[in-house]
Design a protein around this ligand. Structure first.
Ligand code: R1P
Length: 283
């Protein structure tokens, strides 16, 4: 008999628990395209390939190692997803969201979700970091469609503050203590993330539409994970690394290699911000 979604999540969590011993992660981090190196800073680390976790698919995207790393970062026990699943890889929204519930089962209360995204706001520049203050789900699908598992969360979860305001305020405070390449304090952008299905990048007309709808950045991940996180009661900090300008009237050709390369270049300030947050955050 096929296992229920909840049973699959419980089995996945049990398998990870068997590998990490007495560690109980309190913060979960999802590292997006080109941002995975931060997992190298986790000490006393146990790495678990997604392929070794029951019911998990494998991550097929370049720039996504496809594994959990559990260990210590800035004095806190963390579970890092070095890479993630995307809807366009052919996985259902429920599969994309499942790792969030698994992390919750393992004890996580705070989720840091990161991604590489195109900047639709003209005030942004490639290499900027944007705190996500809200999202627009433009994927045409939803991870909670189907039977609700009350043990995971309510049928109709509240999304009035999907991205924690106190966490955003903390991130802004912390950024003032972080120096950028020019020696000045790190300037953090803030805006609305539009989640699309991908895998093609957007046309100019589509980008003009998304900007008019209120989007500041666009990408192919994050919304399913954050919906699941709020469903199961996690507090979320979202950070987009703006890797390219996605303005309809001025659009230039784009490749995934470019996206990963620019995301990689933000590593020092991205890592400094995430680590400071991990150090200071309370759920
Ligand atoms: C496109 O270059 C890929 O980079 C981003 C997009 O969503 C897409 O998967 O990846 P992450 O959102 O996983 O960072």
């Amino acid at each position: 008999m096929e296992l229920s979604y909840l049973e699959q999540i419980n089995q996945a969590a049990d398998a990870i628990r068997a590998r990490i011993g007495s560690r109980s992660p309190e913060i979960g981090l999802v590292l997006g395209s080109g941002l995975g190196d931060l997992a190298d800073d986790v000490s006393d680390a146990v790495a678990i390939d997604f392929g070794d976790v029951p019911h998990f698919p494998v991550s097929t995207v370049a720039g996504h190692a496809g594994r959990f790393v559990v260990g210590t970062l800035e004095g806190k026990t963390v579970i890092v997803m070095q890479g993630r699943f995307h809807y366009y890889e052919g996985y259902s929204m429920r599969q994309v969201a499942a790792p969030v519930y698994v992390m919750r089962k393992l004890g996580v209360r705070t989720l840091v979700v990161t991604n590489a995204a195109g900047g639709m706001n003209r005030a942004f520049r490639p290499g900027d970091l944007m705190l996500i203050c809200d999202h627009i789900n433009m994927t045409g699908d939803h991870p909670l469609i189907g039977k609700n598992e009350p043990e995971l969360g309510p049928r109709f979860p509240d999304m009035s503050e999907a991205y924690s305001k106190p966490y955003r305020e903390l991130a802004h405070r912390l950024s003032s203590q972080i120096r950028g390449d020019d020696g000045n304090a790190l300037e953090l952008q803030e805006g609305v993330y539009c989640g699309i299905s991908g895998p093609s990048y957007m046309t100019p007309a589509e980008l003009t539409m998304l900007a008019r709808l209120g989007g500041d950045a666009v990408g192919m991940s994050t919304v399913a994970e954050v919906i699941a996180a709020r469903h199961c009661g996690l507090n979320v900090l979202g950070i987009s690394c703006i890797t390219d300008m996605a303005i309809g009237e001025e659009l230039e050709p784009l490749s995934h290699e470019q996206v990963v390369e620019v995301a990689n270049r933000t590593k020092p300030k991205f890592a400094a911000l995430v680590k400071a947050f991990v150090r200071e955050a309370n759920d």
